[in-house]
Every structure is written in structure tokens, then in C-alpha cells.
Design a protein around this ligand. Structure first.
Ligand SMILES: Nc1ncnc2c1ncn2[C@@H]1O[C@H](COP(=O)(O)OP(=O)(O)O)[C@@H](O)[C@H]1O
Ligand SMILES: [Mg+2]
Length: 396
């Protein structure tokens, strides 16, 4: 049963309306003044009000304003005197849902009440729906957040798992190498065989290099640093790295070639950083030839330097490392710079390219790669040749 508050200062009108509305199925509460009406409205938590406009004390418009201030969703129908259009308009402007004129006709009153009730029920439906929607969105958001957290946790666990497994394998290989070297050194000493001594010692050295490389890579990866620049000769760095790797290339029948631009003299770079970059790229290129299953190829790794002068960006140093080894699939290409990504099954740390990229970015440079499966790969590094005019090679 809908509760309805009737406010009118004329008792007979109240009584007639009470009778007819009760017979229409409303639960009617009456008030003889605006003041009393407002009190009841607040106490009874009502939604539907019918009020006269002209009343002594608080008039109908004020009642309407106060009711709307308490509950903007309440529906208030006002009763105006015949022809009192000004009051009717004022009431509508203050949010009355309808107005009816005196003398009150039952049909007009019922129509106004029906409309007001329909509005009330629609407002309630809309409110319920919005609340539901909000709850649903909140629930779904929470579920999504939980799923996301779980995913991140799993991914992190997987990464840690992969890392530990990969690194453990890598370190185990180094230890095996070290033990092999030590065994040869011992045997060489025991049997007085100098060639065994030399070979064993070289093995030990190679594996010690690997450990220090790994430690350096891990440290480099974990540290933010700005490049420690000095004036140096890029071609010289290339020659140094090629010298370091030439034996390994030769051992696997790979031609290791330099094509150096004589115009590229001095540059202002982090010498150790660029050394590391080239060591990583050339080692990878040699590995790509070693891992290549097409043994009919004459494997070749070429390291190029170039000094390019662009009109806009000034002088650029270009390092290019090209191999005709195994190449890589699009999937591998996508993961190249991901930490601990390696296809070398325990023979790589998967930190080389990540660190290479980091060093290049720290220099404000760029790295790009082109590759086709079975045909090889080219890694290109572009760096600005930032020079301090007053510095010369002798100062560093
Ligand atoms: N020149 C290349 N040719 C083919 N694959 C390459 C080359 N350079 C890098 N890769 C791929 O990128 C992976 C990641 O390289 P890197 O970060 O140096 O780690 P790692 O050498 O320890 O495996 C390598 O395992 C290899 O699959
Ligand atoms: Mg590598």
C-alpha cells in the first residue's frame, strides 16, 4: 500500500480527500499545516505528498522546497487555487511533479497520483540498477585485480625459476671447464708436458673470464649508471675486441673481419661500455655461426664502423656486426632484449643483449637488428659522436 501525505489547512477538504484516497487503496496520513506536514514527512520517511499551496504559516511552495531539500526523489503534487497559474509555475520550477486545481476533481487527482507513482517506481528501479551495476563493477574489478596479481606472481616465479635454472646451468658449465683446465694443468705438471700445461692454463683463463663476465653483466644489469665518457678511438675498441675473440672464431672455422672507417678518429664515449657492447654482439655473432646447422657455409662475421654526417643530427657513429650464421625467428627477435632470454641451453646468461641495449640507451643511442632464419643477422648500433672540442686523445 502506498503511503501518501496530505497537507491542507482546511479540515473538511482533508477529510473528503482522505476518504476518497483511502478507498483508492492509499494509506493516507493527514497534516493540517505545512509545519506539521514537514514533521511527519521526516518522521515517516515518505515518498509521495499532496499539498495545498495557500496555507497560513509555511505555504505549499515552502513545503515543497523543504521536502525537495530533504529528499530530492520525493514526489510532491501541489493543489492550486482555480486560475492561479503563477503558483502552479512556481511549484513546477521548484520540482513539483504535478499540479491540480481546486475544486479537486477525482480523475485529475488520480491521474496526477498515478504519474507520480510511476515516476517513483522508475526512480527506484534506476537506483537499484545503478547500485547493482556499481556493485557488479566493483566485484569484477576486484576479480580482475586478483587475477592480474596472480599472473604477475606466477610470471615472476617463472622468471626467477628460469633464471636460477639458466644461471645454475651456466655456472655448472664454467665449473666443468675450470675443473678440466685444472686437471690438464696438474697432469701437465706431473708428466712434465708443457703443451698440456699451456692448454690447461688457457682453459682456466677462459672460464675465469666467463665468471667475471657473468658477474659484470649481473652488476651492470642491476645498476643505473651514466656513461663514464672519455675521448677514445672507436676503431681501436673494435680491434681490441676482435683480437680477444679471434682464436675462438678460428677454432670454429669462422672468418672474423674488420671493415673500419678511417675517417672515424676520436669520439667521446664510455670506453668500457662500448667494449662490452662489441664483445656481446661479436660473441653472439660467433655463437650464431657455431649453432648454425648448415655446415656447407663459409661462416663469416664482419664488424664495420662508419662515420655518417646527417644534415640534421650532426655526426653519427655506426657499428655494424653481421654474421651469416643461424639467424633467428620472429619469436626470438621479439624476445632478444628480455632479461635471461637465451636459446643457448645453459651456455648463455641471456643478459648480453639486455646489457648491450642498456649501455647504448645510457649513451642516448639506438640499436636495431635485421635477421632471417638460416641466413644470419646484422646488429646496428648508432651513437652520436659527441665530442668535446677542447679534448684530444692525449688527455684521456
Ligand atoms: N647474431 C645472432 N644470431 C642469431 N641469434 C642471436 C644473435 N644474437 C643474439 N641472438 C639470440 O638472442 C639470444 C639472447 O642473446 P644474449 O642476450 O646475448 O644472451 P646469450 O648470448 O647469453 O644467450 C641468444 O640466446 C640468441 O638466441
Ligand atoms: Mg650473448
Amino acid at each position: 500500500m502506498t503511503k501518501l501525505l496530505l497537507i491542507d489547512d482546511e479540515r473538511p477538504i482533508l477529510e473528503v480527500l482522505d476518504l476518497s484516497l483511502t478507498s483508492e487503496g492509499y494509506e493516507v496520513i493527514t497534516a493540517e499545516s505545512g509545519h506539521e506536514g514537514l514533521k511527519i514527512f521526516e518522521e515517516e520517511n515518505l515518498k509521495l505528498v499532496l499539498t495545498d499551496i495557500k496555507m497560513p504559516g509555511i505555504d505549499g511552495i515552502d513545503v515543497l522546497k523543504k521536502i525537495k531539500a530533504i529528499d530530492s526523489e520525493a514526489e510532491v503534487i501541489v493543489v492550486t487555487g482555480h486560475g492561479d497559474m503563477d503558483s502552479a509555475i512556481a511549484a513546477l520550477q521548484h520540482g513539483a511533479s504535478d499540479f491540480i486545481t481546486k475544486p479537486i476533481r477525482d480523475e485529475a487527482l488520480m491521474l496526477a497520483l498515478e504519474r507520480a507513482e510511476r515516476k517513483l517506481s522508475m526512480t527506484k528501479q534506476l537506483k537499484d540498477y545503478t547500485e547493482n551495476l556499481q556493485q557488479m563493477v566493483e566485484r569484477r574489478t576486484l576479480e580482475l585485480k586478483q587475477a592480474q596479481e596472480e599472473l604477475i606472481r606466477n610470471e615472476r616465479l617463472a622468471t626467477i625459476g628460469d633464471t636460477v635454472a639458466g644461471l645454475a646451468h651456466y655456472i655448472k658449465n664454467i665449473l666443468t671447464g675450470l675443473r678440466g683446465g685444472m686437471y690438464m694443468v696438474n697432469t701437465g705438471m706431473a708428466r712434465d708436458k708443457s703443451y698440456m700445461l699451456q692448454e690447461g692454463w688457457a682453459m682456466v683463463q677462459r672460464n675465469v673470464e666467463k665468471v667475471s663476465g657473468l658477474v659484470l653483466d649481473l652488476l651492470r644489469y642491476s645498476r643505473e649508471r651514466t656513461p663514464e665518457r672519455s675521448v677514445c678511438r672507436p676503431n681501436e675498441i673494435v680491434s681490441e675486441v676482435v683480437e680477444l675473440l679471434k682464436d675462438r672464431a678460428k677454432e670454429h672455422h669462422i672468418e672474423l673481419k674488420k671493415v673500419l672507417d678511417a675517417d672515424l678518429k676520436e669520439a667521446y664515449l664510455d670506453r668500457d661500455g662500448i667494449h662490452r657492447v662489441l664483445l656481446n654482439l661479436i660473441s653472439n655473432a660467433i655463437d650464431a655461426c657455431i649453432y648454425d646447422t648448415d655446415t656447407s657455409k663459409a661462416w663469416k662475421v664482419t664488424v664495420k664502423t662508419m662515420l655518417a654526417t646527417d644534415a640534421g643530427s650532426g655526426e653519427t657513429i655506426l657499428f655494424e656486426v653481421t654474421d651469416n650464421g643461424c639467424g633467428m625467428t620472429d619469436e626470438v627477435k621479439e624476445k632478444l632484449f628480455t632479461k635471461f632470454f637465451s636459446t643457448k641451453a645453459g651456455r648463455g646468461t641471456g643478459l648480453g643483449l639486455l646489457n648491450t641495449q642498456k649501455i647504448i640507451y645510457e649513451h642516448g643511442g639506438e640499436i636495431s637488428v635485421k635477421s632471417k632464419v638460416g641466413e644470419g643477422a646484422t646488429f646496428s648500433v648508432r651513437l652520436k659522436r659527441e665530442m668535446l672540442e677542447e679534448l684530444t686523445i692525449d688527455d684521456c
